[in-house]
Design a protein. Structure first.
Length: 201
Protein backbone atom coordinates (compact mmCIF):
# COMPACT_ATOMS: atom_id res chain seq x y z
CA UNK A 1 0.00 0.00 0.00
CA UNK A 2 2.92 2.33 0.51
CA UNK A 3 6.68 2.76 0.89
CA UNK A 4 7.24 0.91 -2.37
CA UNK A 5 10.47 2.80 -3.07
CA UNK A 6 12.38 1.81 0.08
CA UNK A 7 14.25 -1.08 -1.55
CA UNK A 8 13.51 -3.33 1.42
CA UNK A 9 14.78 -6.81 0.55
CA UNK A 10 15.78 -9.99 2.32
CA UNK A 11 19.39 -11.17 2.06
CA UNK A 12 19.97 -14.91 2.41
CA UNK A 13 23.45 -16.30 3.09
CA UNK A 14 23.34 -19.95 2.11
CA UNK A 15 26.65 -21.04 3.66
CA UNK A 16 28.13 -20.28 7.08
CA UNK A 17 30.56 -17.38 6.97
CA UNK A 18 32.98 -15.90 9.46
CA UNK A 19 32.38 -12.32 10.58
CA UNK A 20 35.42 -10.78 12.28
CA UNK A 21 34.87 -9.12 15.63
CA UNK A 22 35.61 -5.62 14.31
CA UNK A 23 32.71 -6.01 11.84
CA UNK A 24 30.16 -6.74 14.53
CA UNK A 25 27.93 -4.40 16.47
CA UNK A 26 26.51 -5.38 19.82
CA UNK A 27 23.23 -3.87 20.96
CA UNK A 28 24.63 -2.89 24.36
CA UNK A 29 27.66 -1.24 22.74
CA UNK A 30 25.18 0.93 20.87
CA UNK A 31 23.29 1.68 24.07
CA UNK A 32 26.49 2.43 26.03
CA UNK A 33 27.86 4.59 23.18
CA UNK A 34 31.08 2.58 22.98
CA UNK A 35 32.63 1.95 19.58
CA UNK A 36 36.19 1.24 18.51
CA UNK A 37 36.47 4.14 16.10
CA UNK A 38 38.54 7.32 16.10
CA UNK A 39 35.74 9.67 15.09
CA UNK A 40 33.51 10.38 18.12
CA UNK A 41 30.40 10.46 15.92
CA UNK A 42 30.52 6.65 15.99
CA UNK A 43 29.91 6.78 19.73
CA UNK A 44 26.40 8.06 19.10
CA UNK A 45 23.77 5.54 20.08
CA UNK A 46 22.81 3.68 16.91
CA UNK A 47 19.16 3.89 17.92
CA UNK A 48 19.18 7.70 17.68
CA UNK A 49 20.12 7.42 14.01
CA UNK A 50 17.93 4.43 13.19
CA UNK A 51 14.69 5.93 14.49
CA UNK A 52 15.20 8.98 12.31
CA UNK A 53 15.73 6.76 9.27
CA UNK A 54 12.27 5.24 9.68
CA UNK A 55 10.38 8.51 10.03
CA UNK A 56 12.28 11.41 8.46
CA UNK A 57 11.21 10.44 4.94
CA UNK A 58 7.68 11.37 6.01
CA UNK A 59 8.80 14.97 6.46
CA UNK A 60 9.97 15.03 2.86
CA UNK A 61 6.76 13.37 1.73
CA UNK A 62 4.72 15.98 3.57
CA UNK A 63 6.70 18.82 1.97
CA UNK A 64 6.05 17.29 -1.44
CA UNK A 65 2.36 16.78 -0.59
CA UNK A 66 1.95 20.46 0.24
CA UNK A 67 3.56 21.41 -3.07
CA UNK A 68 1.36 18.96 -4.99
CA UNK A 69 -1.75 20.13 -3.16
CA UNK A 70 -1.13 23.77 -4.02
CA UNK A 71 -0.29 23.02 -7.63
CA UNK A 72 -3.24 20.68 -8.19
CA UNK A 73 -5.77 22.97 -6.50
CA UNK A 74 -4.66 26.14 -8.26
CA UNK A 75 -4.59 24.28 -11.57
CA UNK A 76 -8.09 22.96 -11.05
CA UNK A 77 -9.63 26.41 -11.33
CA UNK A 78 -9.50 29.02 -14.04
CA UNK A 79 -9.35 31.57 -11.25
CA UNK A 80 -6.34 30.89 -8.98
CA UNK A 81 -7.31 33.75 -6.68
CA UNK A 82 -10.41 31.78 -5.69
CA UNK A 83 -8.31 29.23 -3.82
CA UNK A 84 -6.01 31.87 -2.34
CA UNK A 85 -9.05 33.69 -0.98
CA UNK A 86 -10.48 30.58 0.68
CA UNK A 87 -9.95 31.07 4.42
CA UNK A 88 -10.25 27.35 5.20
CA UNK A 89 -7.55 26.53 2.65
CA UNK A 90 -5.32 29.31 3.98
CA UNK A 91 -5.59 27.90 7.51
CA UNK A 92 -4.88 24.34 6.37
CA UNK A 93 -1.80 25.37 4.38
CA UNK A 94 -0.52 27.47 7.29
CA UNK A 95 -0.99 24.53 9.67
CA UNK A 96 0.88 22.11 7.40
CA UNK A 97 3.75 24.54 6.82
CA UNK A 98 4.05 24.99 10.58
CA UNK A 99 4.08 21.23 11.14
CA UNK A 100 6.89 20.80 8.60
CA UNK A 101 8.89 23.58 10.25
CA UNK A 102 8.30 22.12 13.71
CA UNK A 103 9.36 18.60 12.73
CA UNK A 104 12.51 19.79 10.97
CA UNK A 105 13.43 22.20 13.77
CA UNK A 106 13.20 19.54 16.48
CA UNK A 107 15.23 17.05 14.45
CA UNK A 108 18.03 19.49 13.56
CA UNK A 109 18.13 20.90 17.09
CA UNK A 110 18.43 17.44 18.62
CA UNK A 111 21.30 16.45 16.36
CA UNK A 112 23.01 19.78 17.09
CA UNK A 113 22.67 19.08 20.81
CA UNK A 114 24.03 15.56 20.37
CA UNK A 115 27.01 16.91 18.47
CA UNK A 116 27.59 19.50 21.20
CA UNK A 117 27.64 16.62 23.70
CA UNK A 118 30.40 14.98 21.61
CA UNK A 119 27.80 12.43 20.42
CA UNK A 120 27.22 11.12 23.95
CA UNK A 121 24.04 12.81 25.22
CA UNK A 122 22.66 11.92 28.61
CA UNK A 123 20.14 9.11 28.99
CA UNK A 124 17.47 11.67 29.88
CA UNK A 125 18.09 13.57 26.65
CA UNK A 126 18.17 10.38 24.58
CA UNK A 127 14.81 9.31 26.00
CA UNK A 128 13.36 12.72 25.10
CA UNK A 129 14.82 12.64 21.57
CA UNK A 130 13.47 9.12 21.10
CA UNK A 131 9.95 10.17 22.04
CA UNK A 132 10.10 13.26 19.82
CA UNK A 133 11.17 11.12 16.86
CA UNK A 134 8.23 8.77 17.43
CA UNK A 135 5.80 11.69 17.04
CA UNK A 136 6.88 12.55 13.48
CA UNK A 137 4.52 10.17 11.72
CA UNK A 138 1.45 11.03 13.78
CA UNK A 139 1.98 14.71 13.13
CA UNK A 140 2.65 14.06 9.44
CA UNK A 141 -0.53 11.95 9.17
CA UNK A 142 -2.60 14.71 10.74
CA UNK A 143 -1.06 17.24 8.37
CA UNK A 144 -1.51 15.28 5.13
CA UNK A 145 -5.07 14.38 6.11
CA UNK A 146 -5.70 18.10 6.56
CA UNK A 147 -4.75 18.57 2.91
CA UNK A 148 -6.34 15.41 1.55
CA UNK A 149 -9.73 16.25 3.06
CA UNK A 150 -10.04 19.20 0.68
CA UNK A 151 -7.87 18.02 -2.21
CA UNK A 152 -10.81 17.80 -4.56
CA UNK A 153 -12.63 15.03 -6.39
CA UNK A 154 -9.68 14.09 -8.56
CA UNK A 155 -7.58 13.15 -5.54
CA UNK A 156 -9.58 9.95 -4.99
CA UNK A 157 -8.13 8.35 -8.12
CA UNK A 158 -5.09 6.07 -7.82
CA UNK A 159 -3.06 8.06 -10.31
CA UNK A 160 -3.44 11.34 -8.44
CA UNK A 161 0.02 12.49 -7.22
CA UNK A 162 -1.21 12.88 -3.62
CA UNK A 163 -2.16 9.21 -3.39
CA UNK A 164 1.34 7.74 -3.06
CA UNK A 165 2.36 10.43 -0.59
CA UNK A 166 -0.75 9.83 1.52
CA UNK A 167 -0.14 6.08 1.53
CA UNK A 168 3.59 6.40 2.29
CA UNK A 169 3.00 8.53 5.38
CA UNK A 170 0.17 6.37 6.70
CA UNK A 171 1.99 3.08 6.15
CA UNK A 172 5.09 4.41 7.94
CA UNK A 173 2.95 4.47 11.10
CA UNK A 174 2.96 0.66 11.10
CA UNK A 175 6.65 0.55 12.10
CA UNK A 176 7.05 -0.04 15.83
CA UNK A 177 9.58 2.82 16.01
CA UNK A 178 6.77 5.20 15.04
CA UNK A 179 4.41 4.15 17.84
CA UNK A 180 4.85 6.76 20.58
CA UNK A 181 2.95 5.21 23.51
CA UNK A 182 5.80 3.18 25.00
CA UNK A 183 8.30 5.98 24.47
CA UNK A 184 5.96 8.46 26.13
CA UNK A 185 5.62 6.15 29.11
CA UNK A 186 9.39 5.82 29.40
CA UNK A 187 9.92 9.58 29.11
CA UNK A 188 7.34 10.24 31.79
CA UNK A 189 8.91 7.66 34.11
CA UNK A 190 12.46 8.96 33.61
CA UNK A 191 11.28 12.54 34.14
CA UNK A 192 9.77 11.41 37.45
CA UNK A 193 13.10 9.97 38.57
CA UNK A 194 12.72 6.31 37.59
CA UNK A 195 15.32 4.33 35.64
CA UNK A 196 15.27 4.20 31.88
CA UNK A 197 13.54 1.02 30.69
CA UNK A 198 14.53 1.14 27.00
CA UNK A 199 17.91 0.09 25.61
CA UNK A 200 16.89 1.31 22.15
CA UNK A 201 17.56 4.97 22.86
Amino acid sequence: MGLQGTGSNDVVIAEPIFVPEHRTHKQMDGFNCVHDQENPIYDLSWAQTFVRVVNTAAIGALKKALKVFIESRTGASTDPTKLAGDVDTQVRIASVRNTISELESVMFRNFDLMEAANWKPSIEDRVLYRYQASLVIEKAIEAIDTLFDVAGGRSVFNDHPLQNLWHDIHIARCHVANSPTGFARNLGSVTLGMDNADVFV
